[in-house]
Design a protein around this ligand. Sequence first.
Ligand code: RFL
Ligand code: PHB
Length: 412
Amino acid sequence: MTTQRREHRTRVGIVGAGPAGLVLAALLAREGIDSVVLEARSRSYVEARVRAGVLEAPTVELLRGMGVAGRLDREGMPHHGISLRFAEAPGEPARDHRIDFANLVGTGITVYGQQEVVKDLLADRVDDAGLPVEFDVSGVAVHDVDTASPSITWTGADGAENLLRCDVVAGCDGFHGITREIVGDGGGLTVAERVYPFGWLGVLAKAAPTTDELVYAHHDNGFALYSMRSPEVTRLYLQVPPETDPADWSDARIWDELHTRLACEGFTLNEGEFLEKPGVTGMRSMVASPMRRGRLFLAGDAAHIVPPTGAKGMNLAIADVRVLAEAVTRFRADGDETGFDGYSATCLRRVWRAEHFSWFMTSMLHRFDPATEAGDAFGVGLQRSQLRYTVTSRAAATSLAENYVGLPHGAC
Ligand code: RFL
Ligand code: PHB
C-alpha cells in the first residue's frame, strides 16, 4: 500500500518553535501573513525547557506591542540594576557594587522565564487563534532555497509524509538544527567561533530570593550567578570545568560552593529543594554569516551563540525575527526584496555588539586557568582593574548598563 504525501502551502515555513520561531509567527500573523511552524519536540517539552530569564527593555516593548505581554506584565519582575560582587584586593572580603540601570540609562530589564514567553506565545497562536504549530515532527528537510519556491518536507507525529511549499523558509531551529548547514552547503558560510574553557552548572531551587536584583560574583574559586524566577524560586549558576558531569555534584556540594562564592557581608543565601536536575551548559561564542541563502533565512541560535553571561541569547533571537518579519511584510506588499537583501547585515550589526558585550562580561567575571595568559598574575590584575573601573567610572558603568538593558532595536 502506498501512503499519500500531504501537500500544504503557506507564505513562510518556520523550522523551530523556540522564541525566534514563535515570535516570527506572531509578528507575521499580525500582518495577516500565513505561516506554519514545525517543531521536533512536544508542546509540553518546549514549555518546560528552563533556559533564559532576562528580557531586555526592547524585547518587553516588542512583546507588549504584539499584545502578548499580559502575564509578563503581571508576573515578570522588573529590575532596575544588577550587582557585581568582588573583593577589591586578594584576601579582602567581597562587596557588592551596584550598577544602577535606572539612574544611568533610564530603563531596566524584566526577569521572566523563557519558557513562560514560549507558553504565552503558544497560547496566543494555538489556543486563541487556532493557527498551526506541528509538534513532534521528524526528518525535516529544506529544498530549493535558491529558487523563489522553496519547500520543506517532514514526517508528522502520525507517521504521514508532508510537503509544504512556501515563499520563504525561516531557520529558527537553534544551535543543533539543520538549517545552518544548508546555508553552508553553497560554500559561502563563514563561522567565527570561541569556545570558553568552562561551563555553567545551573540549578533552580524552591527558595525565596533574598535580593531584588541579580548578583554576578567574581571569586577565586570561579564565577557564580545569583538569579531568580519568582518570589519563591531562585536560579543559580556556578562556573565549572566544561566536561563536568552534574552527577558528580551532590546537592550539598552545590550549596557549599554557592555559599563560598556568593559570601558577602549582609547577604543570606536561602537553600531549598531543586525543582529540576542540575545541568551543565558549555560556553561558546559563534557567529555564522551570512544569515541567508536565497529564500532561507537563519534567526536566533541557528545563526549565533553567545555565552549566557550577558543574558543576550533569547533577546537577539527576537531582534532577528523582527527584522525578518519586516522584510517579509515589505516583500508581500509589492515584491520588494530590499528587506531580504539587507537582512543579514542588519542583524549581524546587533549580533556582533551582543557578542562583544557577552565576551566582555565573561572575560571580566570568570576564573581562567593560571597557566594561561587570561588567568596568570597579569591576566587577573587586568580583570580586577576592569571590575574596579566598571563600578567606579560613570562612563564605564553606563556602557555596561546600556548594553545589558539592550540598545534600541535598529540602533546598532
Ligand atoms: P531555541 O530556543 O533553541 O529553539 C529552537 C527550536 O527548534 C527546534 N528544532 C527543530 N525543530 C524541527 N526540526 C528540527 N530539525 C529541529 N531542530 C531543532 C528545537 O526543539 C527548539 O524548540 O532557539 P531560538 O528560538 O533561536 O532561541 C534562542 C534561545 O533559546 C537562547 O539563545 C537562550 O536560551 C540563551 N540563554 C539566555 N538568553 C537570554 O536572552 N537571556 C538569558 O538570561 C539567557 N540565559 C540562555 C541562558 C541559555 C542557557 N542554556 C541552557 C543554553 C541560560 C542558559 C543556561
Ligand atoms: C537566568 O536567570 O537564567 C540568567 C540570568 C542572567 C544571565 C544568565 C542567565 O546572565
